[in-house]
Design a binder for this molecule. Structure first.
Ligand SMILES: NC(=O)c1ccc[n+]([C@@H]2O[C@H](COP(=O)([O-])OP(=O)(O)OC[C@H]3O[C@@H](n4cnc5c(N)ncnc54)[C@H](O)[C@@H]3O)[C@@H](O)[C@H]2O)c1
Ligand SMILES: CC(C)[C@H](C(=O)O)[C@@H](O)C(=O)O
Ligand SMILES: [Mg+2]
Length: 353
């Protein structure tokens, strides 16, 4: 049996707390489903700055490059907020690893579990739900465009999209929509931005190759509103780096908490799995963070990197069963009694079958 080598980068804030617990769940699922994994830890973000001076040490990158998959917690926190941008955990750690590993498609699935209907801030008509996937372009756009400048009198970022970058992400999104409910919403700002006009043209042209997928285009401001007015109307959204960042946090709220939202970053040779949310400094160190986003990211690793949909579904079902039994961390408990990070993971492990 192959042993999968997994690079584990806990990072900062709640990262190490939710990572520890998620690894216990993945170990337990691996045992049940005969998936052998070797977890190898490395530093990233503020933790790496403190230990080595660099937010992304070479040793970490080399480990990731040689691994079968990468699990990441989260990076950043007030301690490192005043460093120059490129030395900060976010740019020098997270964006740098995305670039180095050529991670181009960030999949952020949002599901409102029936047990959490009362935690959704939006009224959901009975009989419907929220089950959508944001496909966020991760390698380009305003995050990486050059020139990028900053001095005392001006700040400049460049939003650049090349047609082939858009085709690559559009293909991922059309294929996901074809496997799901067959609807794709492409989100842009083509009434203003050149990069978005190109985006819309490329996506529209590709639509002809996927006749089974119903394609529609939406401006990002309207999309932000429609997500609240009619979240059940969305199946797959495809969008650029910045809009995807913002809309995915918005859609996480529909699932009850950012702590419920996992992600998979698909790369040219290795994939990275991480919660969509951050290091949550407001609750870090208290043992109360919701580990579900990190656990679900591990389930995505089973599915996307190990081709083990059975184990992925089993982990998701165990989470659902725990929530159905009323086990919840504070962020999704609505003021009712709640459990800590460790007990939440225990509850999931207990229900794995
Ligand atoms: N992928 C990443 O590593 C990543 C993502 C976003 C933000 N960040 C960084 O994290 C730091 C904090 O940023 P922020 O406060 O804007 O965003 P955040 O995502 O860390 O937190 C936003 C809110 O969501 C809550 N939250 C997030 N994850 C949770 C969980 N698992 N359980 C319960 N509650 C959870 C937090 O408590 C907070 O109230 C910053 O340094 C930021 O740059 C990192
Ligand atoms: C921390 C930050 C660089 C990152 C992003 O903007 O991509 C985060 O918000 C995310 O959503 O993964
Ligand atoms: Mg974000």
């Amino acid at each position: 049996m192959k042993t999968f080598r997994v690079a584990v980068l806990p990072g900062d804030g709640i990262g190490p707390e939710v990572m520890t617990e998620s690894l216990r769940v993945l170990e337990a699922a691996g045992k049940k489903y005969d998936i052998a994994m070797k977890f190898e830890q490395a530093l990233i973000g503020g933790a790496a700055i403190d230990a080595t001076g660099s937010p992304l040490p070479d040793e970490t990158l080399n480990l990731c490059r040689s691994a079968d998959a990468v699990l990441l917690g989260s990076v950043g926190g007030p301690k490192w907020d005043n460093l120059p941008p490129k030395q900060r955990p976010e740019l020098g750690g997270l964006l740098a690893i995305r670039k180095a590993l050529k991670l181009y498609a960030n999949l952020r699935p949002v599901r409102l579990y029936p047990a959490l209907f009362d935690q959704c801030p939006v009224r959901i008509p009975s009989g419907s739900g929220v089950d959508l996937l944001t496909v966020r372009e991760l390698s380009s756009g305003i995050y990486f465009g050059e020139p990028k400048e900053l001095d005392e009198s001006h700040g400049l970022d460049t939003m650049l999209y090349e047609a082939e970058t858009v085709s690559r992400i559009a293909k991922v999104a059309f294929e996901a929509a074809a496997r799901r409910r067959g609807t794709l919403t492409s989100v842009d700002k083509a009434n203003v931005l050149s990069a978005s006009i190109l985006w819309r043209n490329v996506v529209a042209k590709m639509g002809a190759d996927y006749p089974s997928v119903e394609l529609n285009h939406m401006y990002v401001d309207n999309a932000a509103m429609q997500l609240i007015l009619n979240p059940g109307g969305f199946d797959v959204l495809v969008t650029g780096n910045l809009f995807g960042d913002i809309l995915s946090d918005e859609s996480a709220a529909l699932a009850g908490s950012l702590g419920m939202l996992p992600s998979a970053s698909i790369g040219e040779s290795v994939n990275l799995f991480e919660p969509s949310g951050g290091s949550a400094p407001d609750i870090a160190g208290k043992g109360i963070a919701n580990p579900i986003a990190q656990i679900l990211s591990g389930a995505m690793m089973f599915e996307y990197s190990f081709d083990r949909v059975d184990a992925a579904r089993a982990v998701e079902a165990a989470i659902e069963a725990a929530l159905n039994d009323g086990v919840r961390t504070g962020d999704v408990a609505g003021g009712a009694s709640s459990v800590g990070t460790r007990q939440m993971a225990d509850a999931v492990i207990k229900r794995l079958s």
